[in-house]
Design a protein around this ligand. Sequence first.
Ligand code: GTP
Ligand code: MG
Length: 476
Amino acid sequence: MLSRHQDPIAAIATAPGRGAVGIVRVSSKQDLSALVTAICGRPLKPREATYLPFRSAQGEAIDHGLALLFPAPHSYTGEHVLELQAHGGPVVLQLLLARCLEADPALRIRLAEPGEFTRRAFLNGKLDLAQAEAVADLIDASTEAAARSAGRALAGALSGEVGQLRDALIQLRMLVEATLDFPEEEIDFLQQADALGKLRRLLDRLDALLDRSRQGAILREGIKVVLAGQPNVGKSSLLNALAGAELAIVTPIPGTTRDKLSQTIQIEGVPLHISDTAGLRDTDDEVERIGVARSWDAIREADVVLFLHDLTRVGQPDYERDDAEIRGRLSAVEPGRILQVYNKADASDGIEAGSGVPTDAGTTDAAESAAASSILRLSAKTGAGLDALRQRLLQQVGWHAVPEGLFIARERHVQALRRTREHVDLALQQAALEPAALDLMAEELRLAHDALGEITGAFTADDLLGEIFSRFCIGK
Ligand SMILES: Nc1nc2c(ncn2[C@@H]2O[C@H](COP(=O)(O)OP(=O)(O)OP(=O)(O)O)[C@@H](O)[C@H]2O)c(=O)[nH]1
Ligand SMILES: [Mg+2]
């Protein structure tokens, strides 16, 4: 296992397909001069781009391009790295990669696995784990805000905050351990050092960091929103209105949508994965029945369900009966995830919707009043009330702008911070006892320290590393 991480590796580092430039990258603990001479025909100056022909085994030029050598440890991976920048055609790059693999048989270079370059950067202390994850997140970012936040995480914003908390924790641990060693001075020692105050301040800082990380996680993962309701209430129209494009087919015929259709849009930089689904009804049509089953699957997985109603039909007995039936089945879904949306407000003048439906959509207060309740009134046709819906969606998942600037975070970081907080809280409880249960407090602080260390990779199991890096693209 260990030796595998010692192998020299090579991969095409640029995206598959045709491009102006493509890069083949080699990383090796062992010296690369023989490989460089074989391919480039001469030695390279460190970190200086040299334009030259890349030679095949027969000495012919595979392509002309730039060669760059980064001797260890001043490289991305911390090992010796050679980068060959050629023309970005798949065939050229494959030839160049094959050439790198065989040009110096003594090196026994193998193909890199996904994320292996970054994994080495982590193992060689070039990046911590949170930064390594930010590399992948930057590449995968689906909105500008997400990219900026990933950039901040890569620059060490998250790691820096975690580092400060860790230092505070270490101080507390030292204090408690020292007190354990001198039991006769126990009470004084902790009081003088204001251990309780320190623990409380640590909790406050953890709360602040948790909040920022949660926002960062929303930015990275996005929010799953499902449009659900009876046929013909305007689900597809609402998807189109939110996306600003004619994505789904809209007709006055009930049962138009039979398959799930998803689109990612962004609101204030937050990615929303919106799914339009088949209208919920009992049907003999086999295709539609499968569609309805998929609708229910989507509803179960959603972060937010927009339960759509048709204001022009509100009050009609068969319509109300079907709505009540859906409502009944939806009661298995957490009520906090469901927003009631009354559509076709433009065509429903004078029609009183079910109790409590606000009638002021479109006015300045609409956003506020709609945000306060889980009932919205809008028109997918005219767009009235859509802004209030957008704000309500952000509010629903707890999104708010963070003044210090966001860094992208993962659910993994949020969970680790939560556990850290739990242990610090327990430590505080032990410390507050009369007399303080010092040994239990020390143990809780140790567990908090471990949980915090998981974020930057100070304490990380090998299988977690495998999991994280396997999701990278090859060549990164
Ligand atoms: N007046 C008005 N008509 C609307 C509005 N939204 C949708 N409609 C009309 O309602 C009909 C059904 O709209 P769709 O968006 O296809 O409804 P759906 O819920 O996707 O229907 P299914 O796919 O059959 O479940 C169409 O004729 C739309 O033009 C609205 O806000 N106002
Ligand atoms: Mg539809």
